[in-house]
Design a protein around this ligand. Structure first.
Ligand SMILES: Cc1ncc(COP(=O)(O)O)c(C=O)c1O
Length: 409
């Protein structure tokens, strides 16, 4: 075996130091790798398969692993394997859905309207901005103060429009709000639109059945349910008119390029755990409630305060009056607790996320609430002890911040 490349030990050590957070409450950003996925990937790496598109035996060994993964995911979703285009994640699947549906309409001289909402993931917000800039009319569902879509006047707003496409988030990644996708999808499909749902945060938390949701395209991401980062899929309803954005023979002809064989093996192995994850979601919710109660006792206010059936149960989005989210998130990180201000894609900026901002008014109180919003998210690996420890650390950090200091433990 050849020695490790020069910087590898250093890179691994610093990654370990940074990642070795005892208390990771940022599962909506990425879920820890499932042990089954870890093992399957390690075993597959030792086999040393070839390019799945090669016709020789080594290539076919790679093809067999990719197709195994596709079957596991299809089985977990109750669909046929040939309906899944495997991708590098949800961002790519979202782009494939949008471009795959809209570009042919544009090429045919249409200027179709798009229906979406103001609380979509950043990847969909970026696509919305792009197609709006290219001249397409966009109808956006606004939200109320609890993060729920306002749909009362939908029919009126769509009247007279040539609706071509709808893109709707099923479970919000910052608040956990479960949106009425089936209802809005029905309204859009009866007007002839291709309907896409982003179910990235829903898998393993809600029973997701693509075929009965009433949509044509469905996005999912592996690293939200125990697969490695950089894996995901777009489900394409048989007969849906979607075109390739990266031509190639792979992945239903929609997504050219050599498949990420090892990552997809991890995706397949994690897909097998989806049923168990769903079965554990009531206990994740109970832990989330325990965490929420503790945060409220520290003076926090809950954002998107909804009854259980309207939210996913894995997220607690709260604001602590007087404390800005970036400061709190950083102080908690120094104390060994990982949480986030907004989605992983929006963090790194000091701006409150567009989701919490859209829920609150632009007056001083609304702005302060949005600026303080912190997302805590949980998974099946958490237990009561972890929640108690996180709350104890948080109480101490909040106390210190309120007195104006923060130190590393
Ligand atoms: C709702 C939603 N859509 C899309 C994405 C992007 O997923 P990926 O990291 O797989 O590109 C995320 C990730 O946070 C998400 O929560």
């Amino acid at each position: 075996m050849s020695p490790a490349p020069p910087d590898w030990n250093h890179a691994l050590r610093s990654a370990r130091q940074l990642a070795d957070l005892a208390l990771d409450f940022d599962c909506a950003a990425t879920m820890p790798l499932d042990p089954a996925a870890r093992l399957a990937m390690a075993e597959a790496a030792l086999v040393g398969v070839g390019n799945p598109s090669s016709t020789h035996g080594k290539g076919q060994a790679g093809r067999a692993l990719v197709e195994w993964a596709r079957r596991q995911l299809a089985e977990a979703l109750g669909i046929a394997p040939r309906e899944l285009a495997l991708t590098s994640g949800a961002t790519e699947a979202n782009a494939l859905a949008w471009r795959g549906a809209l570009e042919p309409m544009l090429a045919a001289g249409r200027s179709p309207a798009v229906l979406t909402s103001v609380v979509e993931h950043a990847s969909v917000r970026a696509l919305t901005a792009e197609y709006r800039a290219r001249g397409l009319p966009v109808v956006e569902l606004a939200v109320d103060g609890r993060g729920c879509w306002l749909t009362d006047d939908l029919a009126g707003r769509l009247e007279g429009l040539d609706l071509g496409f709808a893109s709707l988030i099923l479970v919000n990644n910052e608040t956990g709000v479960v949106h009425p996708v089936a209802q809005v999808a029905h309204a859009a499909r009866t007007r002839g639109a291709i309907v896409h749902a982003d179910a990235t945060q829903a898998l393993g938390r809600l029973a997701v059945e693509p075929a009965t949701l009433g949509v044509d395209l469905l996005t999912l991401s592996g690293h939200k349910f125990g697969a490695p980062c950089g894996t995901g899929a777009l489900w394409v309803r048989p007969g849906a008119k979607v075109y390739a954005i990266q031509p190639g023979h792979q992945e239903l002809g929609l997504r050219g390029g050599t498949e990420n064989v090892l990552g997809l093996v991890g995706l397949g192995a994690a897909a097998v755990t989806l049923g168990a994850r769903l079965a554990q979601s009531p206990s994740v919710r109970a832990l989330r409630d325990q965490l929420l109660a503790g945060l409220l006792a520290l003076g926090a206010v809950r954002n998107a305060d909804l009854p259980a059936e309207q939210e996913s149960g894995h997220i607690a989005n709260v604001s602590l009056p007087g404390l800005d989210a970036p400061r709190l998130v950083m102080a908690l990180d120094l104390a060994g607790v990982a949480v986030s201000a907004g989605s992983a894609c929006a963090s790194g900026t000091l701006e409150p996320s567009h989701v919490v901002r859209s829920m609150f008014g632009t007056d001083t109180t609304g702005e302060a609430r949005a600026r303080g919003a912190v997302r805590w998210s949980l998974g099946p690996h958490h237990d009561r002890v972890a929640v108690e420890r996180a709350l104890a650390v948080t109480a101490e950090v909040v106390g210190r911040l309120r007195q104006g200091k923060a130190t590393r433990h």
